[in-house]
Design a protein around this ligand. Structure first.
Ligand code: HEC
Ligand code: HEC
Ligand code: HEC
Length: 121
């Protein structure tokens, strides 16, 4: 009986701690959201719709600036597609978006096209 009560209080304690942590974590995320690179539209997509990359969405998914900059992407709009390097083929090979969109860390680059290509011209 005593052990049961201890477990009960411990569970309540953990729930309260998680609740309190959230209160502090959420405003911190929101505060940094405005300091990222904003929304980026990729339009070199042939007949497909354009692609929207959301910095805010990626931060909310837990990515930090250093997960992408400067190894995968430079902090300069359009730099990845210099020399037409940003293609589905290069991403399938694990470059650019494909570094994470591999079906393990995030949805696969060759999954539903509409997940990325949804911005009308
Ligand atoms: C999941 C990957 C990812 C993360 C995480 C990320 N970025 Fe970016 N960032 C990009 C991509 C993609 C571009 C566009 C590169 C291109 O067009 O070739 C970009 C471009 C930028 C740019 C240039 C924007 C412009 O209009 O030229 C800035 C500034 C930037 N990022 C800052 C940040 C900061 C600050 C953070 C962290 C708060 C961050 N980024 C996190 C992927 C990321
Ligand atoms: C550092 C890893 C990383 C890179 C690089 C990356 N993503 Fe993501 N992306 C994620 C994660 C993690 C999620 C959330 C999990 C999921 O949806 O599978 C996500 C979610 C998304 C989503 C759905 C949610 C949202 O924010 O809109 C889109 C669309 C997306 N990514 C597009 C892209 C594009 C386009 C690129 C390249 C320009 C890119 N991502 C590069 C990790 C990454
Ligand atoms: C993870 C996000 C993502 C997904 C999913 C995705 N794409 Fe893309 N796609 C991109 C990005 C980013 C570009 C580069 C656009 C640019 O350079 O401006 C691109 C470019 C393209 C291009 C032009 C360049 C090339 O490789 O010929 C075509 C065509 C294309 N995508 C087709 C597709 C098709 C078909 C699917 C579904 C099977 C798909 N894409 C799924 C992000 C994605």
């Amino acid at each position: 009986m005593k052990i049961f009560m201890f477990k009960y209080y411990f569970a309540v304690f953990i729930v309260i701690v998680i609740y309190l942590l959230n209160i502090h974590i959420v405003p911190a995320n929101k505060a940094s959201a405005g300091e990222g690179g904003g929304d980026i539209i990729f339009s070199d997509t042939k007949k497909q719709r354009q692609v929207l990359f959301s910095h805010e969405g990626h931060q909310e998914a837990g990515n930090k600036c250093g997960d992408c900059h400067p190894q995968i992407f430079q902090q300069k709009k359009g730099s990845s597609d210099e020399g037409n390097a940003l293609t589905m083929k290069s991403m399938r090979g694990g470059k650019f978006c494909g570094a994470c969109h591999n079906g393990k860390d995030a949805f696969k680059v060759m999954s539903s096209c509409k997940k990325c290509h949804f911005v009308a011209r």
